[in-house]
Design a binder for this molecule. Sequence first.
Ligand code: ZN
Length: 263
Amino acid sequence: MRGIKTGLLRDVETRPRIAGDAFKSKPVANRLYQTSTMAALLDAVYDGETTLDELLQHGNFGLGTFNALDGEMIVTNGVARQFRAEGVAAQAPGSLKTPFACVTYFEPEQCFNIDRPLGKEGFEAEVDRLVGNPNLFAAVRFTGQFERVETRTVFCQCQPYPHMLEVVKKQPTFSMESVNGTMIGFRTPAYMQGVNVAGYHVHFLTEDCARGGHVTDYKVTRGQLEVATIADLDIRLPRTQQFAQANLNPEHLHDAIMEAEGG
Ligand SMILES: [Zn+2]
């Protein structure tokens, strides 16, 4: 296996944004735009004020969830899809709102062909090796064949909202075998636990765009891995009552996030 520097997707601006209007029309590549925080989502801040239309102005690639925790979100090629409780994907209307989402204009910095089966651990080690720097965020996309993908999605919740650890106890899970698709997401540095999900957070969409969800485990067979480092963050914190009243620094935050978001 050999890494190759690529010049793909040069349609987005890679230079820093400068004062004035010069680059207004061109988005900045590999800048993470995030609404709210993972700790807030964990503490049942399930309603946000950002619409998908607004979110998609800040990236064409990413993941998240929807208000009232109504399913998992994946954004690929500028299209936001919603996996509701059945794990079936549908294009989400732009008026829907999100309490937590991360998007970027993904421009791969490195591309790598995977030609042997790799489980979650081996795959993550490969991405770590490619990315190098553990202290930056990274955006990750794998397109190809999977021997197996385990996903989950979440149910729409009613107020008063239960804590996320209660929700995930009842999460519907799905297992797909011998499936082609795209797995995308982010690697967050350990020191950002709570702001985002430390380590890997990836979502999956089948090649036919029909199914997917939040990935808990997988084994890839072969395909193309693309990565980019992210050093530029744009995090929008909600000015809502829910967020104001949330406990964002609980004991055992790390363990709770691992339980809620991990494999
Ligand atoms: Zn997720």
